[in-house]
Design a binder for this molecule. Sequence first.
Ligand SMILES: NC(=O)c1ccc[n+]([C@@H]2O[C@H](COP(=O)([O-])OP(=O)(O)OC[C@H]3O[C@@H](n4cnc5c(N)ncnc54)[C@H](O)[C@@H]3O)[C@@H](O)[C@H]2O)c1
Length: 272
Amino acid sequence: MKNLINKVFVITGAGNGVGRALTLELLQQGARVAALDISETFLKETERVAKPNQKNLKTYVLDITKDEEVFKIPDIIRKDFGQIDGLINNAGIIQPFVKVMQLHNKDIDRVIRVNFYGTLNMCRAFLPSLVSRPEANLVNISSMGGFTPVPGQAVYGASKAAVKLLTEALYAELKGTPVSVTVVFPGAIGTNITKNSGVDMNMSKADAEKMAKFQKTLSPEKAAKMIINLGIKQNRYRLLVGNDASMLDKISRLFPKFATNMIAKAMKNLLK
Ligand SMILES: NC(=O)c1ccc[n+]([C@@H]2O[C@H](COP(=O)([O-])OP(=O)(O)OC[C@H]3O[C@@H](n4cnc5c(N)ncnc54)[C@H](O)[C@@H]3O)[C@@H](O)[C@H]2O)c1
């Protein structure tokens, strides 16, 4: 979709990080945004920073794991905006930084519910609106953890791998329709995802410094610009966001075991 003026985008997880940056950038480029998040407080802050483009923004408190509410929201948004031209499934959470053996059922359930079922619910709820438009975009945010295993984030990675496959299959299923489908693999982005996911890193200061050195993060604003300018405006099939994601993509295709061992070595100190 080349021209974003007056187009209506629905964004999940728009109360923070990449979702908020996507909201601000789309508004800046003349689009209208239905911003969804589980947290009203986070959405209020998005509204505050969106001034003076606030007239093109409406916020909705929604937990994407609640099927019934998810299936009601497209009608509400269509009533408010008159049309829906794009959906960005961005909301996501990480898991506690522990090995699979130490994970609790409730943590596994929560990560899979938000990252996979939340994304799937939203796709199913909004696709009927999107296919009825002259042109539309569906963007699902996976992660570089969805193609390279990270010890301590195994279930998170599995949920993001599921988002990857779901999105690629949707691309194939929607060929010949007006809907362009993009799967996005961000590398490390400088957001509060750890705190927002309720995860305690339980890390020494030295380990935190080591990790920060290893993870050169991209700003959410730069990530949002790439997702909009390349993912949406150029209708990309897949988009790697950040040098870390691009590099790991290459290494893990050419030398999958080497890539797995490389990340395992870098993460060793985090997992006791
Ligand atoms: N930050 C990174 O380094 C990174 C790397 C790779 C992929 N990603 C992915 O990018 C996306 C955005 O991450 P972020 O770093 O901006 O996170 P963030 O924590 O800053 O923002 C996520 C937002 O999603 C909302 N949310 C959580 N559960 C929800 C639910 N059930 N219903 C509705 N909203 C919900 C949160 O309230 C929060 O506002 C996520 O899918 C994440 O997995 C992030």
